[in-house]
Design a protein around this ligand. Structure first.
Ligand code: NAD
Length: 397
């Protein structure tokens, strides 16, 4: 696909960027030609979660092996993948044991891009972490990135690796924290939106990652928090805040299903509408998406499920085949539904015509796991509307 200028996943601006730089890009996979005369290799392969929570490094070592076997001169390897603390040093040893002919500098340079804004994040990163003891490697990286000196943090590779896990886990912690506060809001009849607003005005707290919802997902936060917890245990230590973060998230993810049981003690025979299936907006990534966890739980019942996502997700059809109905407009998704779950805060969902609920659903019960609508807007419609950390609107009685 890449050879035909096609991007195999959805990422704003990426296709344009690839087309613009067509002449400078070559795509190859595992052919020895790829390695001829290369100054710098960036390894950005996946580091998925193993059953015990640790990170699987097999793809990283496969990539290193490819380099060791095929390089034609001294080179630098930049490890972009998120790898456990100590990995860069182990890779250095591995290279030393297996390669005598050439010298390879190994640099930890963790990636901080966010899916959905990856291109901007890459062009204008907030910081660049370089973990190495090689002055030559630092120069090489700086020559590539060409950013101002104040953007760099120069450190050793263990520290660089830890910065990545500490950052992702901290963001996950903020999410779990505000989710727990939202649970208190429900008990005290307080309003989480105003709590968030009040907190975000404090510069020391900051305004990001403080939106209550059905928890974090995606290919990074779940695996990176668990990997950090695993790493702490491996050195007879612990990171209790992150252990709590993980536990809170596991419970939060299915919160809307728990709420739904108030209306239906059994979901058998229901028509269910789902709005939003990706782990966050502006991506087609459904890896570890809270929506998918909920969808799988709903499929344990004899439910008829219609799913709407503003951009098509090829994988959804491949995985679920005829077990769900994939619909490309909201009205059709809501047709005759007995309940509607909102799992992702896509702009298209936030801006939808609210009349569609009462107009199309058999029973307009809306369980919004992302607080997409203002209570003031939705209160004028003949619906039951439950969200996160805010009062329930029940206009059906
Ligand atoms: N996705 C993100 O938002 C993000 C952000 C920051 C850091 N990271 C980290 O970056 C790494 C990659 O994440 P991802 O989401 O892109 O994973 P991914 O699984 O989507 O992509 C990895 C790619 O590497 C390819 N690959 C595997 N082995 C290869 C080899 N030997 N040679 C060439 N290509 C090979 C795979 O085919 C796949 O396309 C992970 O460690 C992740 O934690 C991801």
């Amino acid at each position: 696909m890449l050879k035909n200028d096609e991007v195999p996943f959805y990422e704003p601006m990426l296709e344009k960027m690839i087309k613009k730089n067509k002449k400078r890009l070559n795509y190859d996979f595992l052919s020895s030609k790829l390695y001829n005369d290369v100054d710098v290799f960036f390894i950005a392969v996946g580091t998925p979660e193993k059953n015990d929570g640790s990170a699987d490094l097999k793809y990283v070592y496969e990539a290193v092996d490819g380099i060791i076997k095929n390089i034609t001169k001294n080179t630098t390897i930049v490890i972009k993948s998120t790898v456990p603390v100590g990995t860069n040093n182990k890779i250095k040893e591995y290279i030393r044991d297996n390669l005598k002919k050439f010298i390879i500098n190994v640099v930890s340079n963790p990636e901080f891009l966010s899916q959905g804004t990856a291109v901007q994040d890459e062009i204008n990163p907030q910081r660049i972490i370089i973990g190495t003891d090689s002055k030559q490697a630092i120069k090489t990286i700086k020559d590539i990135y060409k950013h101002k000196d104040e953007k760099y943090v120069l450190t050793d590779s263990n520290t660089a690796e830890l910065i990545k896990y500490a950052s992702n886990s901290f963001l996950a912690l903020k999410i779990s924290y505000i989710n727990e506060v939202s649970n208190l809001c429900e008990k005290f009849n307080a309003n989480i939106e105003d709590v968030e607003k009040g907190m975000k005005m404090d510069k020391r707290i900051g305004k990001y990652f403080l939106n209550a919802g059905i928890g974090y997902g995606g290919s990074c936060f779940p695996k990176d928090t668990k990997a950090l917890e695993f790493m702490a245990k491996s050195v007879n230590s612990e990171i209790q805040t992150i252990t709590a973060t993980i536990k809170v998230n596991e419970k939060q993810v299915t919160k809307m299903l728990d709420k739904a049981r108030k209306y239906y003690s059994n979901f058998d025979g229901l028509n269910v509408a789902i709005l939003g299936i990706t782990y966050k907006p502006s991506t087609d990534d459904i890896r570890d998406s809270p929506a998918i966890i909920n969808l799988n739980k709903l499929l344990e019942y004899k439910t008829a499920i219609s799913v709407y996502n503003p951009i098509p997700i090829k994988k959804l059809k491949e995985i679920y085949k005829d077990r769900i109905k994939i619909v490309n407009n909201i009205a059709e998704t809501l047709k005759n539904a007995d309940i509607c779950f909102i799992f992702t805060e896509w702009q298209q969902i936030k801006e939808m015509n609210l009349k569609l609920f009462e107009k199309n659903m058999r029973k307009p019960i809306i369980l919004d796991g992302r607080n997409c609508f203002e209570l003031n807007q939705i209160k004028d419609y003949r619906v039951i509307y439950e969200s996160i950390g805010r009062k329930t609107i029940n206009n059906l009685n």
